[in-house]
Write a protein that binds this ligand. Structure first.
Ligand SMILES: [Zn+2]
Length: 61
């Protein structure tokens, strides 16, 4: 499951694998997934190496 923020609903929601609509490999280890909230809004989520590196960078700065 993913905990995502839907800008259309203006709320955080949990979505499962069944709400996953597409997966795109942007670069090695960098993945963009699109999930759908309960109201049908599409929410892009960036995951993989880019988010880990970004998190590491934020923690060390
Ligand atoms: Zn929504």
């Amino acid at each position: 499951m993913w905990r995502v923020y839907c800008t259309d609903c203006d709320e955080v929601t949990l979505v499962g694998c069944s709400e996953l609509t597409s997966v795109v490999n942007l670069a090695p280890g960098v993945i963009a997934v699109v999930v759908q909230c309960a109201h049908g809004h599409h929410i892009p989520v960036l995951t993989g190496r880019a988010t880990v590196e970004e998190r590491t960078w934020k923690q060390s700065s």
